[in-house]
Design a protein around this ligand. Sequence first.
Ligand SMILES: Cc1cc2nc3c(=O)[nH]c(=O)nc-3n(C[C@H](O)[C@H](O)[C@H](O)COP(=O)(O)OP(=O)(O)OC[C@H]3O[C@@H](n4cnc5c(N)ncnc54)[C@H](O)[C@@H]3O)c2cc1C
Ligand SMILES: NC(=O)c1ccc[n+]([C@@H]2O[C@H](COP(=O)([O-])OP(=O)(O)OC[C@H]3O[C@@H](n4cnc5c(N)ncnc54)[C@H](O)[C@@H]3O)[C@@H](O)[C@H]2O)c1
Length: 472
Amino acid sequence: METINTDICIIGAGSGGLSIAAGAVQMGARVVLIEGGEMGGDCLNAGCVPSKALIAAAKHAHAMTTGAAFGITPSQPQIDFAAVKAHVARVVEGIAPVDSQERFEGLGVRVIRDWAKFTGPDCVEAGGYRIKARRYVVATGSRPFVPPIPGIEGVPYFTNETIFAQTDRPDHLIVIGGGPIGMEMAQAHQRLGCRVTVIEGAKAFGRDDPEAAAVVLSRMRTEGVEVMEDAPVVRVGGAAGAIEVEIKDGRVVRGTHLLMAVGRKVALDKLGLEAAGVEFTRKGVTVGADLRSSNKRVYAVGDAAGGLQFTHVAGYHAGVVIRQMLFGLPAKAGTAHIPWATYTDPELAQIGPTEAEARKLHGDALRVVRFEFAENDRAQTERKTEGLIKVMVLKGRPIGATIAGAQAGELIGLWALAIANKVKMSGVAGTVLPYPTLNEVSKRAAGAYFSPQLFDNPMLKRVVGLVQRFVP
Ligand SMILES: Cc1cc2nc3c(=O)[nH]c(=O)nc-3n(C[C@H](O)[C@H](O)[C@H](O)COP(=O)(O)OP(=O)(O)OC[C@H]3O[C@@H](n4cnc5c(N)ncnc54)[C@H](O)[C@@H]3O)c2cc1C
Ligand SMILES: NC(=O)c1ccc[n+]([C@@H]2O[C@H](COP(=O)([O-])OP(=O)(O)OC[C@H]3O[C@@H](n4cnc5c(N)ncnc54)[C@H](O)[C@@H]3O)[C@@H](O)[C@H]2O)c1
């Protein structure tokens, strides 16, 4: 077996692994990148990219049915489901060259296409090679978790790995799980002409602020998505085209197709982590804030590191690891400044603690300011008035923000900048934004922080009155 000696060996060519490989090789390190599946990982092939492309198609269909308020006669869209899926595949193909083996080899990375396995604390084997590296990175991501619900083994079901290849329109899609995957897919399929029932064991959008989640839930229900909450599934039965899902309280939901969206499991099986002396749990590789494992040669990033599971987090981890591996500088990954968004319509976005979490942490020291989309002029012109922003403020600085509304995923960027750079509320309130933009909801929320001091302040009123007597 040939031995490759290298500086950095990365296992997994998804969002995290690719970012480290591109950065490290271009800064002069020797890099081996090992990928057992598709280059680009989950985000490109079965996650963010295909889901957002499907959502975009669904938005077009929805717009055709909702023009009446603008004076545009609604029309029933003719949806060619196979053509929609072809659009999704073309979008993936369009981005794929950026993540491709050819591009990375062009940058100087040695790419091995095989499933990798540690055979010792400083040795990985893949593709008939033994790779000896100064540092290793586990960037193996996660896979759909399918719990052992009685009957599941006898019933056909989709996961995020298979649903984008389905070219026939499901008549009635049952989605088990009301997290981001389930809810994004549910609304997109409803808008593309399917009947959809979501069955959620606890609360839909359970990790988000309940008031913000209610805005999105209300819209989805109005559009016709049936969302059943507090409805744990206890049994699945039936056959292709006639699926039966039984809920704990005895109700049975019948549909034609089933999507399992009940969470993820990290992809650490058969990786030989025991041989490498790398500790791990069901949640992921056990790492410190520096993303280093119990074997100091081995780092873990992205979904495999067991924290927030987002592409931008994997990219952020890449920077933290590169700083340490390439320059020997200390670096730590935090979470307080990490935003996330769910791309339903309206969108749902969060950074930092929710209102309830922040109140628990900071009690009376916390102030929460809010502003409604209905009071924003651009939201009025677009007829996108559902939603709100809430900002959690401690000693004049924002520590969290929640947005439910049109383009919430874009709007949260301002708060990500503010929180990451410790900008005060006065900095946000004093920023001049173009009118009319949705982003003015953020400025108005920041303004609301100062309104009591400015507008309900008798002392200030007296001072202004006095000054008026003397100002020429
Ligand atoms: C439907 C869906 C929608 C999503 N939408 C969003 C979104 O809109 N925004 C967002 O930020 N996040 C989204 N995510 C989450 C996002 O896709 C992940 O957080 C991200 O892909 C994690 O990147 P990663 O590098 O950790 O892992 P991955 O992208 O999963 O890459 C890991 C790679 O490692 C490979 N691998 C695994 N084991 C081995 C091994 N032993 N040897 C060699 N290779 C191996 C895998 O084949 C894979 O290619 C979504 C996820 C899903 C499922
Ligand atoms: N827009 C985005 O950024 C985006 C989109 C999709 C996914 N993701 C990432 O992928 C991760 C996984 O998403 P997900 O939606 O699969 O998982 P999730 O863990 O967020 O949600 C799964 C849901 O399934 C429910 N559930 C579990 N068992 C059940 C049962 N027996 N019956 C009924 N309901 C049950 C849970 O209560 C939970 O609400 C997300 O946390 C996120 O990190 C991100």
